[in-house]
Ligand binder design. Structure first.
Ligand code: XUL
Ligand code: CO
Length: 437
C-alpha cells in the first residue's frame, strides 16, 4: 500500500526553485571538501517522532492524521514499517533509528513483548534488504513504562534492574540482526528527584555495571556497533546523571568505560544544559568522543525539550564547522530527533519538515566548508594565541616552564599588554559567509 499518495521522490532543484517539495541546498552527490554531501551528513529519520508520535501534549491528545493509523496495535506497527520505508525512499534518507517500543507494542508479559518485536524485526529486516535503507542506531526505551518510575539502570528496585537487563539484551540482539552501526543509551529516568531518598553512589555504580554487562554480551554475540551515550541534563528526571558531554566523559572514565563509548549529542539537550550545540561537540571532539548527532533545535523562550526541526542557519553552520574540524562524523550521522509542531498535522508536513532540516544542514555544511577553506576563523584563532609560539609561551607549551621561570619573566615584563578579542567583527564575518554560499 502507498501511504504518501501525493508525494513523489524529492529531488534537488537548487536555489531558484519554488517547489516546496524539493531541495534547494541538499544535493546528495555534490562534493564539499572532498566528500559528497550525502557522505558528510549521513541523515537519519527518528521513527518515534515521524511514525509513532501523534502530536499529543500534556494538554491535549494527538492531532496528527496518519495514513498508517489502525485500530489494532500490531496492525498499526506493521503499517508504520511500510510507511517508514516509503518515506526513506521518497525523501532520500539512507538511515533510520528507533527505540524498541516505537516499533512494536508491549504485550502482557516479557515473552509476548519479545514475540511482537520478533514479528516486526522480521519485517524491518526484509524491507532493509529490498530497499537498502540502514539502521544508524537502535535503543531500548526504559523510561515510558510505569515500571521505570524510579529508573532502570539506576532504580532502587533490583526486580526492575533485572527487567531492564532483559530488555537491553533483547535490544542488542535486534541491533545485531539489523546491522545497527551504533547503539544508543539515553537515560531519561537515570537520575533522581530528591537526594532525601537517593543512594547516588549505588545508582551510579549500578548504571556502570549495566554498561559493562552490555559490553560483555555484545562481545559474546559479535555485535560490533559503536556504543553511544546521549547526555541530557533534565526532563523527564529533575536531575539526569548524563548531564552533559563533560559529565558523561568523567563518568565513563571513572568506571573504565571510556574506550567502549562515544557520545550522541543533541542540540536541544545542549541548550537545556546551558550550552550551545557546538560547545558539546567541541568537548566531545577534543576528548576523542564525538559519536553521532541528534539534530533539532529548542525554543529559547521555552524551558523544555521542544525538539523542533533545525532551521537556525547560524547553529547548523557552527555545528557542521565543529564536525568538519573534528574530521567528520565517522560511523555516526545526523538523526532528526525532531517533531513537527502540533499544528502541522498532515502527512505532507513530515516531508516539508525533513526538507527544512536537510536544507538547513546542507546550507550549514557549505558555509562551514567556506569558513575552513578561507581560514576565516583559523587565522583569527592562530593570531590570538601566537604568544604561545615562541619565547615564554613556547616554554609553557613545551612543558619546560616552572613557577620560578614564570616569575623571572613576569618581574621584568611590565606592563602586560592584552589585545581585543574582536567578537563583534567576527560575528559579522560569520553572517557574511553564511549568506554568501
Ligand atoms: C529524548 C531523546 C531520546 C533519545 C533516544 O530527549 O532525545 O529520544 O534520542 O532515547
Ligand atoms: Co535524542
Amino acid at each position: 500500500m502507498t501511504y504518501f499518495k501525493n508525494v513523489g521522490k524529492i529531488a534537488y532543484e537548487g536555489k531558484g526553485s519554488d517547489n516546496p517539495l524539493a531541495f534547494k541546498h541538499y544535493n546528495p552527490k555534490e562534493t564539499v571538501l572532498g566528500k559528497t554531501m550525502e557522505e558528510h551528513l549521513r541523515f537519519a529519520v527518528a521513527y518515534w517522532h515521524t511514525f509513532t508520535g501523534s502530536g499529543s501534549d500534556p494538554f491535549g491528545v494527538g492531532t496528527a492524521v496518519r495514513a498508517w493509523d489502525r485500530p489494532d496495535a500490531m496492525d498499526q506497527a506493521k503499517a508504520r514499517v511500510e510507511a517508514n520505508f516509503e518515506f526513506l525512499e521518497k525523501i532520500g534518507i539512507p538511515y533510520y533509528c528507533f527505540h524498541d517500543r516505537d516499533i512494536a507494542p508491549e504485550g502482557e508479559t516479557l515473552q509476548q513483548t519479545n514475540k511482537n518485536l520478533d514479528i516486526i524485526v522480521d519485517m524491518l529486516e526484509s524491507n532493509m534488504k529490498s530497499s537498502g535503507a540502514k539502521l544508524l542506531w537502535n535503543t531500548a526505551n526504559m523510561f515510558t513504562n510505569p515500571r521505570f518510575v524510579h529508573g532502570a539502570g539506576t532504580t532502587s528496585n533490583a526486580e526492575v534492574y533485572a527487567y531492564a537487563g532483559a530488555q537491553l539484551k533483547k535490544s542488542l540482539e535486534i541491533g545485531k540482526r539489523l546491522g545497527a552501526e551504533n547503539y544508543v543509551f539515553w537515560g531519561g529516568r537515570e537520575g533522581y528527584e530528591t537526594l532525601l531518598n537517593t543512594d547516588m553512589a549505588l545508582e551510579l555504580d549500578n548504571l556502570a555495571r549495566l554498561f559493562h554487562m552490555a559490553i560483555a554480551y555484545s562481545k559474546e554475540i559479535g555485535f560490533g556497533a559503536q556504543f553511544l551515550i546521549e547526555p541530557k541534563p533534565k526532563e523527564p528526571s529533575k536531575h539526569q546523571y548524563d548531564f552533559d558531554a563533560a559529565t558523561t566523559i568523567a563518568f565513563l572514565q571513572k568506571y573504565d568505560l571510556k574506550e567502549y563509548f562515544k557520545l550522541n549529542l543533541e542540540a536541544n539537550h545542549a541548550t537545556l544544559a546551558g550550552h550551545t550545540f557546538e560547545h558539546e561537540i567541541r568537548v566531545a571532539a577534543i576528548n576523542g568522543m564525538l559519536g553521532s548527532l541528534d539534530a533539532n533545535q529548542g525554543d529559547l523562550l521555552l524551558g523544555w525539550d521542544t525538539d523542533e526541526f533545525p532551521t537556525d542557519l547560524y547553529a547548523t553552520t557552527l555545528t557542521m564547522y565543529e564536525v568538519l574540524k573534528a574530521g567528520g562524523i565517522g560511523k555516526g550521522g545526523v538523526n532528526f530527533d525532531a517533531k513537527v509542531r502540533r499544528g502541522s498535522f498532515e502527512d505532507e508536513d513530515l516531508f516539508l519538515a525533513h526538507i527544512a532540516g536537510m536544507d538547513s544542514y546542507a546550507w550549514g555544511l557549505k558555509a562551514a566548508a567556506k569558513l575552513i577553506e578561507d581560514k576565516v576563523l583559523d587565522n583569527i584563532v592562530d593570531n590570538r594565541y601566537r604568544s604561545f609560539r615562541d619565547g615564554i609561551g613556547a616554554e609553557i607549551v613545551s612543558g619546560k616552564a616552572t613557577l620560578q621561570s614564570l616569575e623571572q619573566y613576569a618581574l621584568q615584563n611590565n606592563p602586560i599588554k592584552n589585545e581585543s578579542g574582536r567578537q563583534e567583527r567576527i560575528k559579522l564575518l560569520l553572517s557574511e559567509v553564511i549568506f554568501s554560499v
